[in-house]
Write a protein that binds this ligand. Structure first.
Ligand code: 5GP
Length: 178
């Protein structure tokens, strides 16, 4: 495992993440059997999770991506969001699962849910790698979550700090800034 001085401790190892993703993928495969499942990934943080999850899902699945930009660029600042890159295809009649890296305040997801619900999907749900319910401001229905985490800034497995650390195979807590 690569050691990085800016990191305080590992929260979830590569093995723990893989095992948990497998469990969640099994639940999703059961629940969506016979449905028209589309995974919608929110760029860029969810890419690593989405690909790992999709590989473990045992039913046919489509994937698409969108990206959001917020008017404030500070880490963890909820700000105001809008779609910067939209989905390539429509979602009408499909069973959509939004794939997130982390649900924090829930404000990003509230906006996304409202926007996508207006496009006529058959159903719309949320699967997230990490969930920090402690800081929730908007109540969003998270159907599947891999891990609940404490109120500390985390990186790895897709999550960044100033675009770094996304490629770590594990999830770690950053050292507080001095
Ligand atoms: P929300 O709208 O739920 O507050 O924000 C979710 C977004 O904030 C995530 O998709 C992620 O980009 C960012 N975020 C929230 N907490 C963390 C964290 O601990 N680490 C990283 N890297 N990003 C975070």
């Amino acid at each position: 495992m690569t050691t990085v001085p800016e990191l305080e401790r590992v929260l979830f190892t590569k093995q723990q993440i893989a095992a948990r993703i497998k469990e969640v993928a099994a639940e999703i495969s059961d629940r969506y059997a016979g449905k028209d499942l589309k995974l919608v990934g929110v760029l860029k943080g969810s890419v690593f999770f989405l690909t790992a999850l999709a590989r473990e899902i045992t039913i046919p699945v489509k994937i698409d991506f969108l990206s959001l930009s917020s008017f404030t660029n500070m880490a963890r600042s909820p700000g105001y969001v809008r779609i910067a890159k939209d989905l390539d295809e429509g979602i009408e009649g499909e069973d959509v699962l939004i794939v997130e890296d982390i649900v924090d305040t829930g404000l990003t997801l509230r906006y996304l849910l409202q926007t996508l619900a207006g496009r006529g999907p058959n159903s719309i749900g949320i699967v997230t790698l990490l969930d920090r319910t402690e800081r929730r401001l908007a109540q969003v229905p998270v159907e599947y979550r891999c891990f609940e985490i404490p109120d500390r800034f985390v990186v790895g497995f897709g999550l960044d700090y100033k675009q770094h650390y996304r490629n770590l195979e594990y999830i770690a807590v950053m050292k507080p800034e001095k």
